[in-house]
Design a binder for this molecule. Sequence first.
Ligand SMILES: Nc1ncnc2c1ncn2[C@@H]1O[C@H](COP(=O)(O)OP(=O)(O)OP(=O)(O)O)[C@@H](O)[C@H]1O
Ligand SMILES: [Mg+2]
Length: 398
Amino acid sequence: MDRPTDPLVAVLATICTALGASGAALLRVRGDRLVPVAAYGATEGLPLDAPALGEPAHAPQRGTRYPLAFGGRVEGLLLVAGVSPAGRAGRRAALVPLLDLLALALRHVRSAEEREGVLATLRESQARLLEANSRLQAAVDEQATTLLQVIQQERLRALGEMASGIAHDFNNALSPVLGFTELLLADRSGFGQHPKVRRHLELVRAGAQDAAGIVRRLREFYRRRASDDVSQAVEVGPLLRQVVTLTQPEWREQALAAGRAIRVEVDLPAGTAVTGNAEDLRQALANLILNAVDAMPAGGTITLLARPSERHVTLSVADTGTGMTEEVRRRCLEPFFTTKGQRGGGLGLSMVYGIVRRHGGELHVETATGQGTTISLRLQIALHQPGDGDEAGETEAL
Ligand SMILES: Nc1ncnc2c1ncn2[C@@H]1O[C@H](COP(=O)(O)OP(=O)(O)OP(=O)(O)O)[C@@H](O)[C@H]1O
Ligand SMILES: [Mg+2]
């Protein structure tokens, strides 16, 4: 049966009594089928097995059929078994209100079902709307991130170009200062021999050389030499070990002298190589190590990691230092941005960024105040030649 319908069974019982019938079944229209809703008494022989609409209204061998209509619409069918011809003729009029009642009941069942259908459709559209909304939000967020990246890159590019222009002009201005100072110092016979003048000339030369050093570093940021070969296969193991050795005076000796202990750990898989320029990469990694040393005033650990994937190798330098605030993280790649006052030039990370960019790679900064910093360089992998530096993977502490 379609649903429990006790009051309907009671009505069917009344109808049977009125007609002197042995049993009755109530069917309702669902789609283009009729489905049983309620039954009373002996219904064997009645066509309950979902008879199609439009069958002849009267088939004596299979019971008497009463169409049930409400508001001009057929809602169902009443099948009555074993009605005597006398009963059929005599009680027809008395039956009408009961038939109307059954039609009304079926109408209510249909309305409730339709309401449920509408509600389900509404719920479905709401879910679809929410999903579309979250997709839209994700797209908006992604666009905002991309825009920020573009702005950041454009800013760095503009700053780099400006720095490069200033460096060029400044270098030209420095040439006569250095050149004539050298000439005067080399003049052993005359003016350059005067001790006080000589001391001052040496100071001028040292100052000019320092300035030339700054210019050199500045130009590094935007360097684009034709000879800048970034297509060598650079073995990661030797590269990282060289950098650790080169920076040892800073991270071991100077740190120890200042009373802080710094450990360096190297964690890399066997025989990985990146495509790039060994000298540039050494310089970039050395800068990251020096920053890590500066960020650990109470000592700590620096970890150098190499993680190859199918097409890239990610080289990371992680420290257990102070980390950066959000403001510093946002600005740390800008040339001349430093939080170290006189001690810092603010060119280290911008140079690293320039190198990574020349390598067609990506630089990621992961940091939080008090949580340390990890700076990762994502570079192209170089296809490994077997036997060429084919050492085992290693994790070593220095
Ligand atoms: N590992 C790190 N931990 C915490 N802060 C860092 C780290 N690396 C960089 N920074 C922050 O980013 C700033 C910019 O770094 P960058 O290397 O460009 O310049 P610098 O170290 O200040 O000076 P320079 O490298 O020219 O001597 C630093 O002053 C520091 O505030
Ligand atoms: Mg630095």
